[in-house]
Design a protein. Structure first.
Length: 392
């Protein structure tokens, strides 16, 4: 309610100025004759009935070229206050005035669309924004809000159409977003179509050549159709696109190499990937598992123990304890339980835009709604204190 201290005197002054202009233009009336409604509004204000006072002052505020901005400002304040119905009424009143210029009417329509979105009436907002973009020069705010609506309603084809219209103005930002929309369509197709949805994959890479999600989807489709060599080509591409997402491809890579009866090459690849990216804990643990299969538990334990000396991690410690001698009836099980709790309660993914964190991968951040900002994160031993606090 702090803004009312500013709003009410402004509304009162605007009402007085409107009345003053009215009587100035109508000399047959005395300049001392003010509209009775003005005094009615003042009475509401003095009796601490600000809502009724505001309604009166708004009705007194004559719509003309000099007061359009005042109307828009009042309506925006109502919307920010959470009173979308009042904002809608003001904007509708503006739009109905034939004296408005085209730009003023378009601005009022845009604001009315914002009102409906704020109120959750997306269909009405969509109708307004569609009306605006059908004009010769579509306002960018209308396109942006339609893009927002179609994302919220998961209408990906319409979202792509809107994003492409905005693209010339925001190419760097929207290219990656359009690629994600194509990926959403690909995932819908994968549920019903067994053959490769190559046209959509190509379009995703066209708008973002570094779209990791498109590479993963293409690889999954190849695996589903037993094209393991093609799947490997897609998965190895991810290191060039964004090495932070290699961890998301590890299980698919292992599956392909197993199906091709070539785990030795996978083991060699893991060694080389760790040379290039030494902090990649999941690759190190996967390599530990392969060593255990080939050479036994002790060899895997020795390898991981040596690795943890230079690259300590919570997950690595937990795996090392799991590989250890379980003959101690109290110590080893106790340590294993602690590390298990730390690993299972630790955050696995984090948004580098807003800081959102969670346990599962999201291509669109649930918090800030940005695309491709969620990253897999690694936990070293310096995080033990914060993690242990969460498990208490």
């Amino acid at each position: 309610m702090e803004w009312l201290a500013f709003l009410l005197p402004l509304a009162a002054l605007s009402g007085w100025l409107s009345a003053r202009r009215y009587y100035k233009n109508n000399p047959k009336y005395s300049s001392h004759q003010l509209n009775p409604e003005y005094f009615k509004g003042l009475n509401f204000l003095l009796n601490e009935q600000p809502d009724k006072a505001i309604d009166v002052f708004i009705n007194l505020l004559e719509v003309n070229s000099e007061t359009v901005e005042t109307h828009l400002a009042l309506a925006n304040l109502f919307r920010k206050r959470g009173e979308a119905d009042r904002a809608i009424r003001i904007h509708q009143n503006l739009i109905a005035r034939p004296s408005l210029t085209r730009s003023q009417r378009d601005q009022a329509l845009i604001e009315l669309g914002f009102d409906y979105m704020h109120a959750g009436v997306l269909d009405r907002a969509e109708q307004i924004f569609l009306e605006l973009i059908n004009k010769p020069s579509a306002p960018i705010p209308a396109l942006e809000q339609l893009l927002r609506i179609y994302q919220q309603e998961k209408e990906w084809e319409q979202a792509i159409e809107m994003a492409k219209q905005i693209l010339p103005q925001q190419e760097n930002k929207l290219g990656a977003m359009i690629a994600q929309f194509y990926c959403e369509l690909i995932e819908q197709q994968l549920d019903t179509v067994k053959s490769s949805p190559s046209p959509l994959i190509k379009l995703a890479h066209k708008y973002d050549k570094n779209c990791v999600r498109a590479s993963l989807l293409e690889a999954r489709n190849h695996i589903h159709n037993s094209r393991f060599q093609k799947a490997l080509k897609c998965l190895h591409r991810i290191e060039r696109q964004n090495p932070l997402y290699i961890a998301e491809a590890l299980e698919l890579l292992q599956n392909c190499y197993q199906q091709l009866n070539n785990l030795a090459d996978f083991e060699n690849w893991l060694h080389t990937i760790l040379e290039r990216h030494p902090n990649m804990t999941r690759a190190r643990l996967m390599l530990t598992g392969i060593i255990q299969q080939k050479k036994g538990r002790q060899a895997a334990q020795n390898y991981l123990h040596h690795q943890l000396q230079s690259h300590p991690s919570v997950e690595g410690l937990h795996t090392l304890v799991s590989l250890g001698d379980h003959s101690n009836p109290t110590l080893i099980p106790l340590i294993k339980d602690i590390t298990h709790n730390l690993v299972t309660s630790s955050i696995q993914y984090s948004c580098n835009n807003c800081g959102f964190s969670g346990m599962s991968m999201h291509w669109q951040c649930p918090s800030c709604k940005q695309w491709s900002t969620i990253r897999p994160i690694e936990h070293d031993l310096s995080t033990l204190n914060s993690l242990s606090e969460k498990t208490v």
